[in-house]
Design a protein around this ligand. Structure first.
Ligand code: C2E
Ligand code: MG
Ligand code: MG
Ligand code: MG
Length: 278
């Protein structure tokens, strides 16, 4: 925050030092308005099931089109939202909108797609989170089996017990839980089997060089086989080429997500994208 000198109303700040802080403060303000002004939109990226040879769901990804600054990538404003606790309101909005959307989409298209929604660690650990999820499922009428919550390993770093209890609660309600960005943190294959999750999403960084890096290939191979052996669904993110797709297929990966099939698209474009493999 910019400090004002009471006497002269004189601004005391070093421009170079405060640029970041100012941008953050002003984005925080703007983000509050953005939620009201409908500058936020959800895009959806389809997820392809390699065994069924068709799409089986999609991930909701938030987009912010700022009236002045233009497109702001989610990693930037999600972080700001987390630091200011706006993430609770934003996350609830995203969850509600995704559930309502998939419910309506499935109804009008006679489909059975599942929607995956990213859940920030702060959001998951919030004491009201379970209540929020259940009330959204109730008000939208969505079958919990068509909802997947994507969480990251950071939820286990400080609050293992709380996170574990919460995930167990959701799993018992038949809600799917995916561990996102697997392989980027302190991921351990041994703890996978003890977590109340249904899916592992292997991070894009492993698939990037899978066609020419034997180490990446080996890691992906192992993660897929271990995930399978403990009964988890394995999704690989960031698949961009047919070559990568063929390798993942040969390694018996369950599902893939990536630009090879489709970038995240706005609601209106989904029917056309999904109709290619249904
Ligand atoms: P994520 O959940 O791991 O989402 C996957 C990201 O990879 C998305 O970026 C997606 O557009 C991108 N991606 C998918 N396939 C490809 C590919 O083939 N090539 C490349 N280069 N990229 C691909 P996006 O939408 O920019 O989101 C980035 C991150 O921001 C997400 O990573 C997630 O951590 C966060 N995020 C996005 N939407 C939400 C949200 O609604 N709530 C929360 N809490 N976080 C969100
Ligand atoms: Mg995700
Ligand atoms: Mg990811
Ligand atoms: Mg990510």
């Amino acid at each position: 925050r910019v400090k004002l000198n009471g006497k002269n109303d004189f601004m005391l700040f070093d421009p170079s030092m405060n640029e970041d802080i100012q941008r953050k403060a002003s984005l925080e303000q703007d983000l509050k308005l953005a939620m009201k002004n409908k500058e936020l939109e959800l895009y959806y990226q389809p997820k392809f099931d390699l065994e069924l040879n068709r799409y089986d769901g999609m991930e909701a990804l938030v987009r912010w089109n700022h009236p002045v600054r233009g497109f702001i990538p989610p990693f930037e404003f999600i972080k700001i939202a987390e630091e200011s606790n706006l993430i609770i309101e934003l996350g609830t909005w995203i969850l509600e909108k995704s559930c309502r959307f998939i419910m309506e989409y499935n109804r009008t298209h006679h489909s059975e797609y599942c929607v995956s929604v990213n859940v920030s660690t702060i959001q998951l650990l919030n004491e009201n989170f379970e209540k929020t999820v259940l009330s959204i499922l109730e008000s939208t009428g969505l079958n919990p089996a068509y909802l997947e919550l994507e969480i990251t390993e950071t939820v286990f770093m400080n609050s293992m017990d709380t996170a574990y209890e919460k995930l167990k609660f959701f799993k018992e309600k038949n809600i799917n839980i995916a561990l996102d960005d697997f392989g980027t943190g302190y991921s351990s294959l041994t703890y996978l089997k003890s977590l109340p999750i249904t899916t592992v999403k292997l991070d894009k960084s492993f698939v990037d060089d899978i066609t020419f890096n034997a180490i990446s290939f080996g890691i992906v191979d192992n993660v897929i086989q271990i995930a399978r052996s403990i009964g988890l669904i394995i999704v690989v993110e960031g698949v961009e080429t047919n070559e990568q797709l063929q390798i993942l297929k040969s390694l018996r990966c369950h599902k893939i997500q990536g630009y090879y099939f489709s970038k995240p698209v706005p609601e209106a474009e989904l029917p056309l994208v999904l109709s290619q493999y249904h």
